[in-house]
Write a new protein. Structure first.
Lengths: 314, 329
């Protein structure tokens, strides 16, 4: 070896996330021959796009210093409203898409408003929305899944464009917009500021109310998008769609390096976090690891991530 | 410690665990697709047949019974079995079927959680020219699959409702606890329930809701119903887990001598309950028969042999009279 340990460590510190990701890919490629096939890669990308899109929205909320437990329920609610407009021969396919997104944004705005106006802990408010939105979903559907959807709607989740599955294309677009908003706009800087030190941000003239409102609205919007994509992939507006997705999204954001205390983080980190989780799920499935062990491993990784995050703060 | 190092340690941990798992695997031999052959065609001699199975959720006792039967038959036939657990989500089942297709398995067995939600999985297998056998519940497009193995859930619904109607002499108040809405067993058992109810106008259905096959949910539901309806005569639950949950609530309210409880599946706990005179009856669903037959069909399909499309395994009513036939299983 011509490099010293010190130099090696520096390389890892600088390119850490990417190195880590690469190691994971290499190990899986060696242990499972189906892993690096084009079909599998496309599968993994498609399978990560739903959680990925939610995680992008969640990144804004967490960097701002909050959290959003309701994204899974908002996904479900958006999904059932959207699919109720997606029966063949009724409305053009743009209608369910708009309705789904509107529902997502509306729920997000409610979250943001309550949190910003009355200063209630985001955990509590979004927990309330988690339950309420799931309830609204059940009321809206009378508990029964919405079926008989138009081919155009189903195409959103299962179709391809330019060789890529549509959910992947949407994911890529959302990543680009997310990176741009967070890193290249005033809004993005304000999100970091509010998350880092709310008092200082307020004193330097940042409109805290607007930033909070916007962050949760973005999370709601991404949940709405995910709801449309997921319900289209399973061709059903099922009232239990999205249950538990909030935890996967939060895990992806945290593994990607964003701190739960706010003020620090990166969109690319979130994307890598999402990919690591999906690759892990995919790899463990390909290696035929029992689902019980998979859950243990996933849980351990998340706790490890938060633990190390806390240590690196001190 | 910088964040990048943190991420690196996590990934190293994952990598180490994966390498360990790659060697171990859980149920099949050596885990994963290490055949050495890429063509994945079916059943040439000297190469093991690879079958992938996707379960609804292994937290459900009935699915676990099917798993035991499937593993037993797979070992007997000497095939390689790959397993995946949908964990109650149709999108997971679709993804797992996609993974099996990528691994070029010779046949797929699918135990669908949601009649409509899991249907795309069947399409994918058919489009990839991999034979798919649907077991235990149907999808909306099951006719596209190569074969279906299951029990007639409409008949099960009729059996349980008819038994209660007979016990009540054709009149009384009942409540119905259903499976997850949209699940094919729920849809069919409800149809069976309703077919019989149509004959008995003097039986009132006071309430009718889902407890999602779950014991704890059913218990809470029953507790609430006991508060609301003072004169329930019987509980018709669409599976044993929920029947047992309801029974616990009834027992806690000290009404076990006033209310009859019936379920479907004949899982261990339910059989004991019937033997002890608690639940009044259950309907035996032959998990072993379904599991064995599913594997046999999958292997035949992998070898290119012809199979029957419909393979019905009968339901049997189990009461205290014939309980001893079933307790030994």
């Amino acid at each position: 070896m011509t490099l010293s340990w010190g130099q090696l460590r520096n390389i890892f510190f600088k390119y850490g996330i990417y190195a880590a990701f690469l190691i994971l890919v290499v190990v899986l490629a060696l242990t499972s021959p189906s892993f690096l096939t084009l079909q599998n890669i496309l599968n993994v990308l498609r399978q990560s796009s739903i959680i990925g899109i939610i995680a992008i929205g969640m990144t804004f909320v967490i960097i701002k210093g909050g959290i959003d437990l309701s994204v899974g329920s908002i996904l479900g609610f958006s999904a059932v409203v959207a699919t109720s407009f997606a029966h063949p021969g009724e409305y053009p396919v743009i209608a369910p898409i708009i309705m789904g997104l509107l529902v997502g944004v509306a729920c997000g705005l409610v979250n943001g408003f309550v949190i910003a106006k009355w200063n209630i802990a985001p955990f509590i408010v979004t927990l309330g929305m988690l339950t309420a939105a799931r309830g609204m979903t059940l009321v809206y559907t009378d508990g029964k899944p919405i079926i008989n959807l138009s081919d155009a709607y189903n195409f959103i989740g299962s179709g391809h464009f330019l060789g890529l599955p549509i959910p992947v294309i949407v994911f890529i677009l959302v990543i680009l917009v997310g990176v741009f908003l967070l890193n290249f706009t005033k809004f993005g800087r304000h999100v970091f500021a509010v998350g880092g030190n709310e008092k200082a941000a307020r004193l330097s003239g940042v409109n805290i109310f607007a930033v909070k409102l916007a962050a949760y609205a973005i999370a709601g919007l991404t949940s709405g998008m995910a709801g449309i994509l997921l319900s289209s992939r399973v061709m059903t507006g099922s009232p239990i769609l999205g249950q538990g997705y909030e935890l996967d999204a939060i895990a992806a954001v945290v593994i990607g390096g964003t701190s739960l205390t706010g003020g620090r983080g990166s969109m690319i980190g979130t994307v890598i976090g999402v990919l690591i989780i999906s690759i892990m799920n995919n790899g463990l499935d390909l290696l035929n690891v029992s689902s019980y062990y998979q859950q243990i491993i996933k849980g351990a990784i998340i706790v490890l991530a938060v633990l190390l995050d806390r240590k690196s703060n001190n | 410690m910088k964040k990048q190092f943190k991420l690196f340690s996590i990934v190293l941990a994952i990598a180490l665990i994966l390498t360990a798992c790659g060697g171990g695997g859980s149920s099949s031999n050596g885990g994963g697709s290490s055949d050495g052959s890429q063509s994945g065609g079916g059943g040439e001699s000297g190469k093991k047949i690879k079958v992938g199975i996707v379960y609804t959720t292994l937290t459900n006792e009935f699915a676990v019974k099917i798993q035991a039967a499937v593993r037993e038959k797979a070992q007997e036939l000497g095939i390689e079995l790959l397993e995946a657990d949908g964990q109650g989500k149709p999108e997971n089942q679709i993804a797992q079927v996609e993974n099996f297709i990528t691994q070029k398995v010779d046949a797929i067995i699918l135990q669908p959680y949601d009649r409509n939600g899991t249907a795309p999985a069947v399409d994918k297998a058919v489009n990839a020219n991999i034979p798919i056998v649907v077991v235990n519940a149907q999808t909306s497009n099951v006719e596209k699959a190569l074969a279906y193995v299951g029990s007639d859930d409409v008949y099960a619904g009729e059996l349980e409702m008819q038994y209660i109607a007979d016990q009540l002499g054709g009149k009384g108040n009942i409540v119905i606890i259903r499976g997850p809405y949209g699940n094919s067993a729920e849809v069919d058992r409800t149809e069976g329930n309703r077919n019989v109810l149509a004959k008995y106008p003097d039986i009132n259905v006071l309430a009718d809701q889902t407890a999602n096959w779950d014991r704890a949910e059913a218990m809470v539901l029953m507790e609430n119903w006991l508060q609301t309806y003072p004169d329930i005569d019987a509980v018709v639950a669409q599976n044993d887990e929920m029947a047992l949950g309801a029974y616990q609530a009834i027992k806690a309210a000290k009404k076990e001598n006033e209310i009859l409880v019936i379920g479907i599946d004949a899982i261990e706990d339910a059989l004991k309950s019937v033997a002890n005179g608690e639940m009044v009856a259950t309907v035996f669903q032959d998990a072993v028969g379904q599991g064995h037959t599913a594997v046999e069909l999958a292997v035949k399909a992998a070898k290119g042999e012809a199979v029957e499309f419909e393979n019905w395994i009968p339901f049997i009513l189990v009461t205290q009279e014939n309980i001893n036939d079933f307790l030994k299983q």
